[in-house]
Design a binder for this molecule. Structure first.
Ligand code: KG4
Ligand code: ZN
Length: 361
């Protein structure tokens, strides 16, 4: 097994304005030299979507249009700079909602043209990965990244900065999606993740025996059976005549999801010879996930680098940081860059990588 080596990404030197509009948060941020966070402003549309129980794409696009300019002005003001001081503009171009992405991309292009600076397109998930670097810790490569959001659940081997092999992903629901669906089922509102965590604080995680799908079976995940198990357990409880304890159910569900995430992340680290696991995405804001991973990491001799809590959910600081990396690595993106709702690159699936190697051999 090869030793791990401390290696920081190289970043573009200068002020990068980040723009993020891939889902239901309109955000802008200013980052200097990749990791020095000067400002971040996030305008959440949760109230506008909550009564529908989920994100409504048309409402998201319209709200981004209304919020983008004030959010950018806010980020520049908080950083104490003017638009003309910005050296580059970074924007999420996927994955995400097509109409929502387009608003940010059009805004970023217009700004870059107006002040004559480069524009760089960023994969939202690479942004989540870079959020864990904003805690200021040095990373040893190869490292593992656990990316857990509303749309994705992935285990990635970071062979080098920008060289990412996806070794595991969800076969059905993403972890955040499962939190949201079960939260809605338990009448805890939208988004379910934070509401479930709050409810779980007063609950017993061992109260309900819920399944841990594929726990010792590779690096892929499956959460849809867990959701069905919650529905079955609630129905059984109701027909028994005893009142359902929502805190107990929330805690039992949370524990089942977290145990699978923690066990697989540590297994990947051990199997791929990594001593560092980076954790990012909205679900990484969960306090129990953070503490469980840290405990499991200590036992296995693996260092866990979790994104600062406020930078786990969608924000533009992570996009500005990843953008500064992309600019240094591959230069500016053409102004013809469009929205890529199903964008995968630079993440490569392990199967594809094997197939590509096979066809060359
Ligand atoms: O990364 P993110 O802001 O958006 C996507 O890229 O999808 O993640 C949002 C997801 C939602 O499913 C939300 O319920 C979940 O992250 N989430 C949480 C917590 N905070 C946000 N899940 C569990 N516990 C939390 N505290
Ligand atoms: Zn996200």
């Amino acid at each position: 097994m090869t030793a791990t080596v401390a290696k920081s990404p190289e970043f573009f030197d200068g002020l990068v304005l980040g723009v993020e509009t891939s889902c239901d948060e309109t955000s802008a941020a200013v980052v200097r030299n990749g990791l020095d966070l000067l400002s971040v402003v996030v305008s959440s549309q949760i109230d506008e979507h909550a009564r529908f129980g989920g994100v409504v794409p048309e409402i998201a696009s319209r709200a981004h249009l209304e919020n983008l300019q004030p959010v950018i002005r806010g980020a520049l003001g908080q950083a104490g700079i003017e638009m003309r001081d910005v050296d580059a503009v970074a924007v999420t171009n996927g994955p995400g909602l097509a109409g929502a992405l387009l608003v940010g991309i059009a805004g970023a292009k217009a700004l870059a043209l107006a002040i004559d600076v480069p524009m760089v397109a960023v994969n939202h998930l690479e942004g989540h990965l870079f959020a864990s670097l904003l805690s200021g810790q040095e990373v040893e490569l190869p490292a593992i990244a656990l990316l857990v959001s509303g749309g994705h659940t992935m285990l990635v081997v970071i062979r080098d900065w920008g060289d990412y092999l996806v070794v595991g992903s969800t076969l059905d629901d993403a972890a955040g999606e499962a939190f949201d669906k079960v939260g809605r089922y338990l009448d805890l509102g939208f988004p379910g993740g934070p509401a479930m965590e709050k409810a779980a604080c007063d609950g017993n995680p061992a109260a309900y025996d819920l399944p841990r799908a594929m726990l010792r079976d590779g690096y892929d995940f499956s959460f849809s059976g867990l959701k069905t198990a919650v529905v079955n357990a609630v129905e059984a409880q109701n027909s028994s005549g005893d009142a359902l304890s929502v805190p107990d159910m929330a805690a039992s569900f949370q524990e089942a999801v977290i145990e699978v995430l923690a066990v697989k992340a540590i297994k990947a680290a051990v199997d791929f010879g990594s001593t560092n696991v980076l954790v990012g995405g909205g679900v990484a804001a969960n306090g129990r996930l953070r503490s469980r991973l840290t405990e499991a990491g200590e036992e296995a001799g693996v260092r866990i680098l979790v994104s600062p809590r406020e930078l786990c959910t969608d924000n533009a600081a992570m996009i500005a940081s990843a953008g500064a990396f992309r600019l240094a690595k591959s230069g500016a993106s053409p102004l013809s860059t469009g929205a890529a709702p199903s964008l995968r690159a630079p993440f490569v699936l392990a199967q594809e990588s094997r197939a590509a190697r096979g066809s060359r051999e």
